[in-house]
Every structure is written in structure tokens, then in C-alpha cells.
Design a protein around this ligand. Structure first.
Ligand code: UDP
Ligand code: MG
Length: 354
């Protein structure tokens, strides 16, 4: 496959030449989801490297490239390539929706049994993909990369990321070293359950683990960016920390918000009662004027806060029920079904006879 590695020659269509065993019409075994935003110079080398890596792996595959509203001709470049390679599927978004949304769109359109996500700038190593797929074969549900030697700026990228990863690991109690690595491989049933908003794509391993996925973090290679520019700066760390609060809430209280808000309501209610009792006691026994006593204010404020918290909890409970009932979401996740009739396979759950 040496000539595929040569970036200078135009891409040929390896699948049509019979070098790759690939039948893009049937559901492929592997879907590679790549978000691309203004990556014009990376498109051709990326396609070539991915094709080479997957040809070596001998599995049927598709590349789902999501163009996230690029303005620099990435779209045209992708369209050109897709004419020559039927395994290259394109999802063209109307405008720039952000990396997470782009990945989500790609995952929704992917049909493979295994789904791999990778950056479109070749900072991840396509040759790491087969290693991850082997781990999935061994029974893991999700394999995520750890950029051991990350090739980004230290002060603005690596240090904030290290701190963020440390905080996330502490808060979610999920032992993780590098959540920011886009190179991940997971089974399609795990992918189907993911709901990705904001900067949420980096929490995929945690969300999947919460749904019972067997996760594995493996060291992966990382390269400096050769073409184009990074789309992010230090401000992303702030957004990630805000998303962390959402994730923490989801992990712990999503299905029963009353446990959080009811608890807070009870604490406030108790404080209110105590403050009222003390104000009354001070009036009767110490003849301290009630209206001039700041404790009365505390009693009133905590009483109102308590009511607010309880109502929030009730609203949350109603919301959770609407979420699960209306959207056909399940509060459980099935790993495998035994002795059930084989279904159309739409749900991605594996079935077998005992
Ligand atoms: N990306 C995207 N939409 C965006 C920003 C980024 O699809 O709004 C893609 C980008 O093209 C690249 C990947 O997400 O393929 C990672 O982005 P980048 O390299 O800028 O992030 P970094 O590696 O610096 O964290
Ligand atoms: Mg990058």
C-alpha cells in the first residue's frame, strides 16, 4: 500500500481496484466518523491515510465525513473525492454547528457495527484504529485514546486540559487521563444511546460507562497539526467545566431530581423553622423586637427557598417522566438478549440462542 501513503499523488479509488475488501452498499462493519471544519489541506491526506489503515485491517468500512459548514473549499474537495470512492459518505451541515454536533450528525448517519470517531486534521493516527477495533472484538464496548505525547501548546492547551481532566476524574469518579482525545471506537448500540450537546463529545466515555459500557483507555499517538489551524483556545476549558456540572447532575440525579432538590428544600425548611423559633424565643424571653431582628429575614428567605426547591424537584420529576415516556427512552440498557427471536437488528443489541 505504499503509494497510498504518498501524499503528493492524487487519491485513487482503492476499493474499485480490488485492493480493499469493501462493499459499501451493505451495512459496513466499521464506520469512521470525521468532523471537518475548514480543513481543506487535510482532506486528501486524511482520506488516503484512513483508506490505507482500513485496507490493512481487512474489514468493510465507510468513512462518514461531516462537513461542519466549511467556508474554505473543504466541501468541494470532499465532493470531488466522494465521486471516486463510494465508501466515502458525506454529511454536509448547513452551517457551522460545532465539533460535538458534527460528530453527533455523523454518528446518526453511520451504519457500521463499530463506530470510530477521529479528528479531521490528522492529529490522531489512523493506524491506531485497527488496534482499537481488536479491543472491541475482545468484548470491550468503548475504547478511547490517551494522547501520551500530546503535540499541542503547553501553557494554553496541555496544562488546562490536564487540570480539567483531573477535576473531571475527581468529580465523576471515572478514572480517566485524557478525555479530549477524539479518537474513540465504540459499538453502535452504545453510539445510538448517546445524546451529545454543547461540548459533550468529550464526556462520551463517562456517559457510556454510566450506561454500563465496558470502557478501556489505550495510549495513542498524536501529531502536531500540519495544515490549517486549531479552532479552539483557552475559552474551551471554561465551557468544558460548565458541561461537567451538567454531566455530574445527569449521572446522579437525572432520573430522580427530587433527591437533589428535595434535599436542598428540606435543609432550607429546617433552617427556616430554626430561625423562626429563635426569633420567637428572643421576642418572648429577651424582648428583642421581631421586625428589627435579621433572623426573621433569614427565616422568611429560607422558607421561600425551600418552597422553590421542592417545586423544582417536582418539575424535574415530571420532566424525567416525560423524557422517558414520550421519547421512548429507557432507564436501563441491555447488553445481550438470549433466546429471543432475531429482530431486524435495528436496535444494535446482539442476540443469540443459549
Ligand atoms: N471541528 C469541527 N467544527 C468546529 C470545530 C472543529 O468540525 O466547529 C473539527 C475540526 O475540523 C477537526 C476537529 O473538529 O477535525 C478537531 O478540531 P481542532 O483540531 O481545531 O481541535 P484541537 O485538536 O486543537 O483540540
Ligand atoms: Mg486538532
Amino acid at each position: 500500500y505504499r503509494h497510498f501513503l504518498d501524499f503528493a499523488t492524487p487519491p485513487s479509488a482503492p476499493n474499485q481496484k480490488g485492493i480493499c475488501v469493501n462493499s459499501p452498499d451493505n451495512p459496513p462493519q466499521v464506520s469512521i466518523v470525521v468532523p471537518l471544519y475548514n480543513e481543506i489541506d487535510n482532506v486528501v491526506p486524511l482520506h488516503r491515510r484512513l483508506t490505507t489503515a482500513m485496507c490493512g485491517d481487512q474489514r468493510s468500512y465507510e468513512i462518514v465525513a461531516v462537513d461542519d459548514g466549511s467556508m474554505d473549499g473543504t466541501t468541494q474537495e470532499l465532493l470531488q473525492l466522494s465521486k471516486r470512492d463510494a465508501a466515502l459518505k458525506l454529511v454536509l451541515l448547513r452551517r457551522n454547528f460545532g465539533q460535538t454536533a458534527a460528530m453527533f450528525a455523523g454518528i446518526q448517519h453511520a451504519r457500521g457495527k463499530y463506530i470510530v470517531t477521529i479528528d479531521g486534521d490528522l492529529q490522531n493516527e489512523p493506524d491506531d484504529i485497527p488496534v482499537m477495533l481488536k479491543k472491541l472484538d475482545q468484548g470491550y464496548d468503548l475504547v478511547h485514546g490517551w494522547r501520551v505525547h500530546r503535540q499541542d501548546g503547553w501553557l494554553l492547551r496541555k496544562l488546562p486540559s490536564k487540570i480539567a481532566n483531573w477535576i473531571i476524574a475527581k468529580v465523576t469518579k471515572f478514572p480517566v487521563r485524557d478525555l479530549g482525545c477524539t479518537l474513540k471506537a465504540f459499538r453502535c448500540d452504545i453510539a445510538r444511546e448517546l445524546e451529545l450537546y454543547g461540548e459533550m463529545h468529550r464526556f462520551i466515555p463517562i456517559l457510556a460507562h454510566w450506561r454500563g459500557a465496558r470502557c478501556l483507555e489505550i495510549p495513542t499517538r498524536h501529531h502536531p497539526r500540519r495544515f490549517g489551524q486549531t479552532k479552539y483556545g483557552i475559552d474551551r476549558t471554561v465551557r468544558v467545566v460548565l458541561d461537567l456540572i451538567t454531566v455530574k447532575y445527569m449521572l446522579k440525579y437525572f432520573a430522580s431530581p427530587m433527591k437533589l432538590f428535595g434535599g436542598l428544600g428540606m435543609i432550607c425548611g429546617l433552617m427556616s423553622l430554626i430561625a423562626f423559633a429563635v426569633t420567637g424565643g428572643m421576642k418572648w424571653f429577651g424582648s428583642v423586637d421581631m421586625t428589627g431582628n435579621p433572623l426573621l429575614l433569614l427565616a422568611c428567605v429560607t422558607a421561600v427557598a425551600s418552597l422553590q426547591f421542592f417545586s423544582l424537584g417536582l418539575l424535574g420529576e415530571v420532566n424525567a417522566r416525560i423524557y422517558y415516556a414520550n421519547q421512548d427512552k429507557k432507564s436501563y440498557a441491555v447488553r445481550e438478549l438470549v433466546n429471543f427471536q432475531p429482530a431486524n437488528g435495528e436496535d444494535g443489541i446482539s442476540r443469540r440462542a443459549a
